[in-house]
Design a protein around this ligand. Sequence first.
Ligand SMILES: C[S@@+](CC[C@H](N)C(=O)[O-])C[C@H]1O[C@@H](n2cnc3c(N)ncnc32)[C@H](O)[C@@H]1O
Length: 264
Amino acid sequence: MDEHLESNRALWDEWAEINARSGLYDLEGFKQGGLRLRDYEVEEVGPVGGKTLLHLQCHFGIDSLSWARLGAKVTGIDFSDRAVELATGLAAELGLDASFIRSDLYELPEHLDGEFDVVYTSRGALCWLPRIRPWADVVAHFVRPGGFLYVTEAHPILWAYEDDFTLKFPYWEHDQPVAIDVKGSYADPTAEVTTEKEYSWNHGLGEIVTALAEAGLRIEFLHEWPFVDWELPFLEKHDGRWSMPGQLDGTMPLMYSLKATKPA
Ligand SMILES: C[S@@+](CC[C@H](N)C(=O)[O-])C[C@H]1O[C@@H](n2cnc3c(N)ncnc32)[C@H](O)[C@@H]1O
């Protein structure tokens, strides 16, 4: 694994611990029941009862276990040891049908067998991956014929903006990562963290769709949404989501969701 990914892995070990204790994730609330999925994604994915679902980059498992609560047989994978430990403990504590594997995304075919009805990834996952084309190959490897990939993610145009809403970062895929000083965690900016930098990569929407098509998947839909699920300084909160302020509301996409099937 390259030095940037190793550094990110150390960072995510720290963040997993912090995030699991944070108000943003409200793990105690989740333990009492309920789901941490958004209504639109539950609707777009459709019924998952009895289906096998592979969650790529599952963090400490709160979204994965939400799918398990809806009846899916879940496998979650993440490259953070601490995230996988927390997710495994949580599944046992809640008695949910889910298992978790520690693996780098790109190395997953060496660590996991089988094909899945649904491959799922969401909210702040793809920006940690240097290359989108090999990601698409891993996805296609694990979708069973007739099954599908579902992604819901921040729109790459959003990742191109700095917190003060100036255009600062690349929109298309780039060799050198964007390196940002770590200040706590996004779920708790006051938390103490020893890893100094976070390294991320953007991938244009066309690059993502083309990578999936080249990997043999068929795009069923690509929806661009005028809201995002987390706070940013230049956005305003409406109905529990964040969108562009005032007259700018609805003028640009902030998230997208995509479904792609593998021909049977
Ligand atoms: C923001 S989380 C996304 C999960 C989920 N949507 C959430 O908010 O809990 C991103 C996850 O990607 C994982 N990750 C980053 N790079 C990875 C890689 N190369 N292979 C596997 N997992 C990776 C991190 O450990 C982290 O748990």
